[in-house]
Design a protein around this ligand. Sequence first.
Ligand code: ZN
Length: 330
Amino acid sequence: MRFNNFIGNDYIKKQLLPLFLQNKVPHAIILVGEKGLGKKTFAKIIAQRLVCNNTIDNNPCEICLNCKKVENNTHPDVIYPEKSGALQSYSIATIRKIRWDAYVAPNEASKKVYIFSDIDNMGIPAQNALLKILEEPPKNVFFIFTCVSLSNVLPTVCSRAQQFALSNVDTLDLQNYLLKRYSEKSEENLKKIARISKGNIGLANNLLESSDVEVLMDGAKKIVLALCSAKEFDLIESVGKISENRKDFFFALDFLLDVFRDSVILSVNHKGFNESEYAKILEKKFSIKQILKLIDVVYKTKNYLDNNVNMSILSTYFSSILFGEAYIKK
Ligand SMILES: [Zn+2]
């Protein structure tokens, strides 16, 4: 993959790309950012650029044997060290092996790259063991680490690596990416997904590839209709349909939040934000104060979802509290 095909994060590319031309790429790089932002993909592009035989415009050529092997995760000099244990992280034994292996000359490329993912899960003794090689790295050996947060990474490790923080991409950029990648899907739905994913490409892809988006969106619309027509049984039934598994329930609640927020914008601006008919129905039926309370119920339910609360209890809780906020005066 080329750096310019990696959406957004232009400021990182601006900092990093000139370093390749000046032969000043740091021996250790930490890519930080939330899940789904493409840290592992970006690490792979860096590795590809480091071992490529035939770079084009300071990007990996994508066609030489080195590039192809990196792409297929079969390059002997681009190494993904083995993870083990309950936390699926790197053991001291693995790090010791790497400390020895790093001094062995590369097999096929002129450089060797080790890619470690999620180092926030790595134990302190293993990080300390790693430190030894980061202090005096062999020539032409590079370490790329990814993590969600630096808080569990030793300051001594951080200080020996250059950090780059990946960020969420612009919603419009994500929208264009989704329209191109999933051209067979409804444009309106893809725009909605770009919005609820808040610029997180991994989240959007996950939603489109492993959930039935139409069913979830339809579920959210039915909840709005059941709320507006005060049909509690319909509400319970619709919530039941979207809460069969945790991940789908989470996404369906995001679609519901999208409609609720639209209706708030509608009541403030008196003008449709994205002209959703369900937002209009909601806005006619309830006051802003009531809709804000409904939004609060959705946030609380999402929080419970994050904390592994039993799904059938949560589904019942959500239906009854949502209906209660809409119709039962306190
Ligand atoms: Zn190449």
